[in-house]
Design a protein around this ligand. Structure first.
Ligand code: ADP
Ligand code: MG
Length: 409
């Protein structure tokens, strides 16, 4: 079965109906300041369409990882303020998820207005492993919609979670796929079915263990796997290179070695950095120098040096591979792009992607943020995914509960 679309819902009369929308408002914050509002912007169109059609829009979203109870640090307030500013709609924020405040505001909601429930993860039942607990919360969510409610899932970033607001609620209300989820799925499909070759995958970021399953699944499918970022050091070490004090996951060395062996026989070339920007320490005021990958400890900083970016030769080589590709998936920055001295590799890869005519997908919260933080125009990229973990799990070939739930009705 395929999921019903938002257009199907809009073609019914939604005026006066309460529609629960699961959005992804999980923005990065510095205190209470949003450092990248990409997810708020991406969530706007569906909320706006429903409001314009006269629905009473009730938005559910999470932010960060609170411990199942209210915690002001994780309030949705900054995201809600931004949404109000960008949309020009009447937007109110409840003090709780499904409690007194949410119930009162939901009952008072006028057609075309928006109520945002407080961080759904303030209620421990949202993420509970116990299906009964989640279902009880989902019932309370449903009750906010009164008689004739509907549910729209527009939070691609959460579809890999079996959570009350993503999975259980879809069993209780007529459910629809939001435009964002529909677009993401359509795009990711192109990376798994009838993919145009050469298919080049660029992986970076801090932890190999986060990305093992996707590497595993892409060997034999991608033509080239370019590995940068902190995870490159586990690969370099597996090849016998000393990596100084760079990020290293010792317990993954064997697995990574296995990937290198498999790739060699299954037609995927794993391309590792040939040079690295080594730093004296982690920080904006660190000294740094470019070292060849087979001599990372030979420089000024010796074994205490930290590899914080891929070097210029590697950046040029990766850019060339991207230029030659027909399809590119990129997840994870090539270095500590938050510090200008270590942003060169990420910038080079982003530039090559922006210049390329390939079908390209950027997945991963930090990679998407990097693209924006480094001043690139998003429209130069094929698609910037809002869901890091979700896009990875899709490429891992896993079933995503939030998507399956929508197909079931
Ligand atoms: P994404 O969110 O795009 O999937 P990750 O969360 O896996 O990416 O990783 C992003 C983080 O990885 C960034 O904060 C970046 O600073 C860090 N990083 C990249 N390269 C290195 C490195 N060589 N050493 C330490 N951290 C790194
Ligand atoms: Mg991340």
């Amino acid at each position: 079965m395929t999921a019903q679309t938002l257009d199907a819902l809009l073609s019914e009369n939604v005026s006066g109906r309460a529609v629960l929308v699961r959005s992804d408002l999980n923005v990065p914050l510095d205190g209470s300041t949003i450092t990248d509002d990409g997810r708020v912007r991406a969530s706007l169109p569906v909320i706006q369409k429903l409001a314009e059609a006269g629905a009473k829009v009730i938005v559910m979203a999470h932010l960060g990882r609170p411990k199942g109870e209210a915690d002001p640090k994780y309030s949705l307030k900054p995201a809600v303020d931004r949404l109000r500013e960008l949309s020009g709609l009447n937007v109110v924020l409840a003090d709780d998820v499904t409690g007194e405040s949410a119930q009162k505001l939901a009952a008072e909601l006028a057609d075309g207005d928006v109520l945002i429930l407080e961080n759904v993860r303030f209620d421990a039942r949202e993420t509970s492993k116990d299906a009964g607990e989640r279902a009880a919360l989902a019932e309370e969510m449903k009750a906010l919609t009164g008689e004739n409610g509907a549910y729209v899932d527009d939070a691609f970033g959460a579809v890999h979670r079996k959570h009350a607001s993503v999975f259980d609620i879809a069993a209780l209300l007529p459910s629809y796929q939001g435009d964002l989820v529909a677009t993401e799925v359509q795009v990711l499909k192109k990376l798994t079915e009838n993919t145009e070759h050469p298919f080049v995958v660029v992986l970076g970021g801090s932890k190999v263990s986060d990305k093992l399953a996707v590497i595993d699944n892409l060997i034999g499918k991608a033509d080239k796997l370019l590995v940068g970022g902190g995870m490159a050091f586990t690969f370099l070490k597996a090849q016998g290179h000393a990596v100084g004090s760079s990020l290293l996951e010792e317990d993954q060395l064997q697995t990574v070695q296995g990937y290198l062996d498999r790739a060699a026989t299954e037609g995927t070339e794993i391309v590792l950095p040939t040079d690295i920007v080594m730093a004296s320490k982690f920080g904006a005021d660190a000294e740094s120098e470019v070292r060849a990958s087979d001599d990372l400890e030979g420089g000024t900083f010796g074994a205490s040096g930290l590899g914080l970016d891929i070097g210029p030769d590697t950046t040029a080589a990766f850019a060339q591979e991207i230029t030659n590709a027909k399809t590119v998936f990129w997840n994870g920055p090539m270095g500590v792009f938050e510090i200008e001295a270590f942003a060169g590799g990420t910038r080079g890869v982003a530039q090559a992607l922006a210049d390329s005519a390939a079908f390209s997908v950027v997945g991963g919260g930090d990679s998407a943020a990097a693209v924006r933080a480094l001043g690139f125009n998003e429209s130069n990229f094929g698609h910037i995914s809002t869901g890091g973990g979700a896009s990875l799990e899709y490429l891992e070939g896993k079933e995503l509960p939030g998507l399956t739930a929508l197909e079931g009705n």
